[in-house]
Design a protein around this ligand. Structure first.
Ligand code: ZN
Length: 381
């Protein structure tokens, strides 16, 4: 089935070479060795390829789930332990509680974060459970005047193992639900008002605390500080400070004129294809990471790269960086372990599959993922 859709597949390299025709050149392009170095003239930002990609970027305006957290993160308050202690006990403060990194959600009348107040979580807080200052509402006003203490404070609290100390968290109206499921039901940030963004912050940082109980420098135990945004080594001879991590991942759609490159990992559901992706490595730019991943996974040489958008992905603490890349070669050469297949698909085919008017591979089944934004933004141009 895929053979009729794809103009190039890794399993059919000879036919690929026959079909290669770069836009505007009117001639076949000879295959390029994957070891050939990049000519700097081909990756300069002002070249036509870069301008074509830039037109894609200007059109992007789609909100992404896990973005749009509207809270003031109140960095200046994080070292103010007296202020923090007072807000923890403030009856107006709200607690987003998580068990096993699953947020407590209200399921009726509509899915929403089920915040608890101090009275409901006091016993859990007393037990030493990990908490985190998510931030304060930006419009912190009382009686028309600016509230010097800020607006309502929002905290996250890890209640794992303490669920029994909470009021009615196992009822039909309030359940701990996997954050992916919540995000899928919330949809885009525009629709969810940034609520998934709060969950992303809570899940990523509380997960980081759970994994970093000991100092990476000396091995001694660490303690939470700065309202949950720091772990400090308790060894007086060390006193190293450790901050929550964000791990950048580039995810890219390689473009060859009116075709895009999609691949499938062995662990994808059967028949499913998505944009290629990979973790950035130390000492490289976003553009370099995009080109390296395309070459490593599919043997595709890329020139101009344009950033589209990014998306926090708190599983456990990733930032997805969505890009388009201009393919300089189209002959697929799979790496043999990260991808089991890759193919070029025409824009019309992709558009029809997404619209449900044509059968074909399952394309980026998770609409909330940035890969879907890359693809849908491209076909709408
Ligand atoms: Zn240490």
């Amino acid at each position: 089935m895929f053979d009729s859709l794809a103009t190039c597949k890794g399993t059919n390299r000879i036919s690929c070479k026959r079909l290669i025709r770069l836009p505007g050149r009117g001639m076949l392009r000879p295959p390029i060795s994957r070891n050939q170095g990049l000519d700097p003239k081909r990756i300069m930002p002002n070249q036509p390829a870069g301008q074509r990609l830039s037109s894609l970027v200007r059109s992007a305006g789609m909100p992404l789930v896990f973005t749009g957290n509207s809270l003031d993160r109140a960095d200046a308050r994080r070292n103010d332990s007296a202020w923090t202690a007072a807000r923890l006990k403030d009856p107006a403060s709200k607690f987003l509680v998580l068990s096993g990194l699953r947020p407590l959600m209200a399921t009726r009348p509509a899915l929403d974060i089920h915040y608890l107040d101090f009275a409901a979580v006091a016993e859990v807080l007393d037990s030493g459970a990990q908490w985190l200052l998510l931030g304060i509402e930006k419009d912190g006003e009382k009686n028309g005047e600016k509230d010097q203490e800020g607006g309502t404070a929002f905290f996250a609290l890890d209640v794992t193992g303490h669920e029994g100390a909470l009021p009615a968290t196992g009822s039909a109206e309030a359940k701990f639900i996997d954050a992916r499921s919540v995000a899928m039901q919330f949809g885009t940030a525009e629709r969810d008002g940034g609520r998934a963004g709060r969950i992303a912050l809570a899940r990523a940082v509380l997960g980081w605390h759970a994994r970093h109980g000991f100092c990476a420098k000396c091995g001694a135990s660490t303690r939470s500080a700065r309202a949950g945004f720091l772990r400090a080594c308790e060894n007086d001879a060390c006193l190293a400070e450790h901050f929550p991590r964000t791990d950048p991942v580039v995810i890219m759609l390689a473009l060859d004129g009116e075709r895009c490159l999609l691949g499938r990992s062995p662990d994808f559901p059967e028949g499913t294809y998505s944009a290629l992706a990979g973790f950035m490595e130390p000492g490289e730019t976003i553009e370099e990471a995009v080109r390296r991943e395309l070459m490593e996974e599919a043997g595709i040489e890329a020139g101009a790269v344009r950033y589209l958008a990014s998306q926090p992905w708190p599983f456990p603490s990733t930032l997805m960086i969505g890009c388009y890349a201009e393919a300089l070669t189209t002959d697929i050469n799979l790496d043999g372990h990260e991808l089991e297949d890759a193919l070029w698909l025409d824009k019309k085919v992709v558009r029809d599959i997404l619209a449900g008017s044509q059968d074909g591979p399952v394309l980026v089944p998770t609409r909330m993922a940035i890969a879907a934004t890359l693809l849908r933004n491209w076909v709408e141009i």
